[in-house]
Design a binder for this molecule. Structure first.
Ligand SMILES: Cc1cc2nc3c(=O)[nH]c(=O)nc-3n(C[C@H](O)[C@H](O)[C@H](O)COP(=O)(O)OP(=O)(O)OC[C@H]3O[C@@H](n4cnc5c(N)ncnc54)[C@H](O)[C@@H]3O)c2cc1C
Length: 528
């Protein structure tokens, strides 16, 4: 993974000259004045951990698994939001952890938490490092140091219960590794977020991720039937039956807790048979409203394809509906919907026919397989494009929300207006990619010319968008989580009593407050 960008450098996507011209003419994008910092130019704070802490940590996980070299520290600094990348490109390593610790077992995680609690060292659980909400930046104040707890060594498929269709897997498995291991049993999780190449199972659970095939396979939190969690107070082992009426479901306390309550050390996950057939195809709708109505009908009639997404007019026109194909479609392209079907050879045609009847009955025009296949080929390429856009002087960032169907048009307008009011005339594109009987998510992509202080420029725009989401009745996040960036809006969403419950849980599980301080819950007054 690139330290100041996304993914495999070999897959870097160059911006074609016509796109550069378009960015300049349409948005006034100009090349940044200062070149991006090199790896050697990143400014790191002096590592703060005492020799005693380092000795104890080495004793717990082995000397080879405690690192405090610049390379390890830089690669565990923040996540992969656009402001995160901008700060790294500016050589700002001020949020680097003092050390990176790689435990190899649940027992070792418990030991690390005990040592860190004893010395008041903050611990940031680290999966794939793809958080886009500031979920990997701990508040330092009041702590003797910060350790990134990298779960990469917890990467085993522990067991497969083929009768129950449950696999127990460790949290440090990246999604492709997990899929590869399950493929050996003819199984799949079916979780394919755009961060698929790097994100881990633990991160999916901790941040309540949702993948591109959520219509068919469900969200990641739907897949978690059980888990083991290491907390500073000991072990939690949750989930012993497919459903239970034995009190509140404590799994839900950990799902979405973003490392602030405990460290997930194993997951029992519902798996499905790997599909024999995969078909992706395109549909055109006159407008976003017409397409949304068709998606709603599918969700409410229970005729959902595995992948279902609808781009608004701007996203369709710009071509980001099919990542990597900027400018591919004409201005009157309407709105592109992609429907994908994954399943047994006998099931796919039956579902396709059912879905096609609904879509064509509601004004959809069938475009054949090409737009769908093209989307499937480019589904992981947009983050690479972001790096090239940043280098060219454009800010490109995404944000997302969800709401009930009746509130969706208002939410859509409110976010667009807020971004326009803050940024002048940015390009704002949107798509729906997760649908439910009662509502859907909206996923926005924003492109604008970088100002002299692009981080402050984006933070102001994001604040406006957050306020608009809260006012329009949407949730502050459908699948990116809370982190630090959504903390205030989340507090408004759950209210004072809700926050008291969360603080109570935090205080009981993590009495010294060492776990991801400042993430999810606003830290006590006096800390940052
Ligand atoms: C380009 C890009 C595309 C993305 N696309 C999607 C998408 O399509 N869908 C989606 O849902 N998200 C998406 N994301 C966001 C991100 O990938 C998800 O939030 C993902 O779940 C994070 O997984 P991770 O392993 O990288 O976790 P990290 O980023 O390492 O951690 C995320 C949070 O979880 C905590 N954590 C990590 N592991 C554990 C653990 N074992 N126990 C307890 N806490 C833990 C961390 O402390 C942090 O607060 C995208 C991000 C990027 C950069």
């Amino acid at each position: 993974m690139l330290w100041s960008g996304w993914g495999d450098p070999a897959k870097a996507a160059d911006l074609p000259e016509p796109v550069r011209r378009l960015l300049h003419d349409m948005l006034g994008v100009r090349p940044p004045q200062a070149p991006a910092a090199s790896f050697g130019e990143v400014r790191l704070p002096a590592a703060a951990l005492s020799p005693l802490v380092l000795t104890e940590l080495r004793g717990a996980v082995g000397a080879d698994h405690v690192r405090f070299d610049d390379d390890a520290r830089i690669r565990h600094t923040r996540g992969k939001s656009t402001p995160d990348l901008m700060r790294m490109r500016a050589g700002d390593g001020s949020d680097a952890p003092d050390a990176v610790v790689l435990p190899g077992s649940h027992r070792e995680v418990l030991d690390v938490l005990r040592i860190c609690a004893g010395h008041r060292v903050a611990v940031v659980p680290f999966g794939g490092g793809t958080s886009v909400v500031g979920g990997l930046v701990a508040s330092r104040r009041g702590f003797a140091g910060v350790v990134a707890l990298d779960l990469a060594r917890l990467d085993r498929l522990i067991s497969v219960d083929a009768e129950s269709m449950v696999a127990e897997m460790e949290p440090g498995l990246r999604a492709p590794q997990a899929e590869q291991l399950l493929a050996g049993y003819g199984l799949t999780l079916g979780h394919f977020p755009q961060s698929f190449e790097y994100a881990t199972l633990g991160g999916f659970a901790a941040a309540r991720s949702s993948g591109q095939a959520s219509a068919g396979y469900g969200r990641f939190d739907d897949m978690v039937v059980g888990m083991t969690v290491a907390t500073p107070r000991g072990t939690l082992d949750l989930g012993r039956a497919p459903r239970s009426a034995a009190g509140p479901d404590l799994r839900q306390v950990i799902l979405g807790s973003e490392g602030a309550f405990g460290v997930i050390t194993s997951l029992r996950l519902r798996v499905r048979r790997a599909p024999a057939e995969r078909v992706y195809e395109g549909w055109r709708f006159e407008s976003f409203a017409a397409g949304s109505a068709a998606l709603r009908r599918l969700a409410q009639e229970g005729a959902l394809p595995t992948v279902l997404r609808l781009s608004d007019e701007t996203e369709t026109m710009i071509g980001l509906a099919r990542p990597g194909e900027i400018g591919a479609l004409a201005a009157d392209a309407g709105c592109l919907a992609v429907a994908g079907y994954e399943g047994a050879a006998a099931e796919v045609p039956v579902l396709r026919e059912r879905v096609a009847a609904v879509l064509s009955g509601l004004g959809g025009v069938y475009l054949g397989p090409e737009p769908g296949e093209s989307w499937a080929r480019g589904r992981y390429s947009a983050p690479y494009l972001r790096d090239s856009l940043l280098a060219a002087g454009a800010t490109v960032e995404t944000l997302e929300t969800a709401g009930f169907w009746s509130a969706l048009p208002r939410l859509y307008d409110a976010v667009r207006l807020a971004l326009q009011a803050s940024l002048g005339s940015p390009l704002v594109m949107c798509h729906i990619s997760h649908v439910y009987e009662t509502g859907a998510s909206l996923y926005f992509t924003v492109v604008t010319a970088q100002s002299a202080d692009p981080v402050a420029q984006w933070e102001a725009a994001k604040r406006s968008a957050n306020e608009a989401i809260v006012l329009a009745g949407g949730t502050i996040s459908h699948h990116h989580g809370v982190g630090r960036d959504h903390r205030e809006a989340y507090a408004a969403e759950v209210g004072e009593v809700g926050m008291e419950i969360l603080r109570g849980v935090k205080d009981r599980l993590d009495p010294d407050g060492i776990l991801n301080p400042g993430v999810l819950i606003t830290p006590p007054a006096g800390s940052v």
